[in-house]
Design a binder for this molecule. Structure first.
Ligand SMILES: Cc1cc2nc3c(=O)[nH]c(=O)nc-3n(C[C@H](O)[C@H](O)[C@H](O)COP(=O)(O)OP(=O)(O)OC[C@H]3O[C@@H](n4cnc5c(N)ncnc54)[C@H](O)[C@@H]3O)c2cc1C
Length: 402
């Protein structure tokens, strides 16, 4: 017999995938709803330490969300105070700046290292009592009242909602029968952390080179070293060759692309390569299942927006689940997930199209195309309204205003 005044049982929510979107969602739910929900995050990768030197450019909107859920304070970040875009060939002696952002009006975004962000989010989750379990979600079956998840340790959980944050090649998305449309770019994203002689002064630089963009992104100084993250897009085959080169040759190739401003360079992490793809899920939901992060959308990293989209998914889903739970409604019910999908799909479609278009426009060396795009960049630089819009969009303010 129920005791008078006893709390109703907590809604059980399982997040499969412990990347930043999955962890941020779990944290947002528990911070907002307390004991009304019981949230666990499953990821076999919790048993491993992150080793690649990836860093993220986070928008002001993403930073605000991380701050609200208690994962920002204490995180080592570097504000991006200026951004320069150039368009040239590797050997060009002069690289004119076609477009510059940042007029002392504050940060355009913030750089954070992936390992630091992961540690901050995982630490905040543990402090909030969220179980982080080093197992995978292998399968599931849903009915009108709940969803059973089979885990890689042979166990099974019954939950109200399963959130698939299991990345671009999401197995759960496939099992749910949700199509993923897109294609592989024949490019790889080469990533490393470098130390350099001279300070970056908070400036991010994007060199559009014929094989793809080469970005230099400012990191906080550490151990007395000036540091930056590089994201270097290359033809897939050439990327494989580059990975096999001795370190001095890799450093020479980086210096050739980064130009003279930062002085001599050395690698602080080995170069790692990530295959690049474009993909959009045909739906963000199935019965009692929601997709977030790269499981829902994969975009080219040239605008540094993939994780920003994933964090915005987490915030939107936490908001819709919160609304339902406060009203005593089932958070895994179709109307909740439909509302989440409506909130988020258009943003991902717009960014996927924009980054795909930019990649096509810039990753080629056809002279008339180069001339036209350089005129275009120069015009944007001289049109304060358009430039201001692009600057606000990059910071994620457009998302906040919706
Ligand atoms: C070169 C490069 C540079 C980038 N730079 C930026 C940037 O500057 N800014 C930005 O916003 N974005 C950037 N991105 C995009 C960003 O890295 C991704 O959007 C982000 O990592 C996606 O996170 P995710 O957790 O959704 O997916 P993933 O990072 O793929 O993580 C998925 C997780 O799910 C786990 N998993 C898989 N299967 C299961 C299962 N069955 N059960 C449980 N767990 C499972 C995996 O172990 C993994 O930990 C960049 C991407 C690349 C390639």
């Amino acid at each position: 017999m129920a005791t008078r005044g006893a709390r109703p049982p907590a809604w059980r929510i399982l997040v499969a995938g412990g990347g930043p979107p999955g962890l941020a969602l779990a944290l947002a739910l528990v911070r907002d709803l307390g004991e009304a929900v019981s949230v666990s995050v499953l990821d076999p990768a919790f048993a491993r330490t992150q080793t690649d030197g990836r860093a993220y450019a986070l928008s002001a909107a993403a930073a605000g969300f991380l701050h609200r859920i208690g994962a920002w304070d204490g995180l080592a970040t570097e504000p991006i105070t200026a951004m320069t875009i150039t368009d040239s060939r590797i050997g060009d002696a002069v690289r004119p700046d076609y477009l510059t952002f940042g007029d002392g009006l504050g940060a355009l975004g913030y750089m954070v290292e992936a390992a630091d962000l992961q540690d901050a989010l995982a630490g905040a989750c543990r402090s909030a009592g969220i179980a982080l379990e080093a197992v995978g979600a292998d399968g599931f079956s849903a009915d009108s009242f709940g969803l059973d998840v089979a885990t890689s340790d042979g166990g099974s959980r019954r939950v109200a909602l399963l959130v698939a944050g299991d990345g671009g090649r999401s197995r759960l998305r496939e099992l749910a029968g949700i199509g993923f449309v897109g294609r592989r770019y024949r490019q790889a994203g080469l990533v490393a952390t470098i130390a350099h002689e001279r300070p970056h002064c908070g400036r991010a630089v994007q060199h559009f080179l014929p094989a793809g963009p080469f970005a230099l992104l400012p990191l906080p100084d550490r151990d007395g070293l000036h540091r930056s993250s590089i994201v270097w897009t290359e033809d897939e085959r050439l990327a494989r060759t580059l990975l096999g080169l001795p370190e001095p040759e890799i450093v020479a190739a980086v210096e050739q692309r980064s130009g003279p401003e930062l002085g001599a360079v050395r690698l602080l992490t080995p170069l790692s390569a990530h295959p690049l793809a474009l993909g959009l899920a045909r739906a963000y939901r199935a019965e009692r299942l929601a997709l977030i992060g790269d499981a829902a959308h994969q975009i080219h990293p040239l605008a540094g927006q993939g994780l920003n989209l994933g964090l915005a998914d987490a915030e939107a889903l936490a908001h819709r689940v919160g609304e339902a739970v406060r009203l005593g409604l089932d958070p895994g019910a179709a109307p909740v997930l439909r509302a989440y999908e409506r909130d988020r799909r258009a943003d991902a479609v717009a960014l996927a199209a924009a980054t795909d278009g930019l990649n096509r426009l810039f990753s080629n060396d056809v002279l008339p195309v180069r001339v036209l795009r350089d005129i275009g960049l120069g015009l944007v630089d001289r049109a304060p309204g358009l430039k201001g819009f692009l600057q606000r969009r990059a910071a994620g303010v457009a998302q906040e205003l919706r």
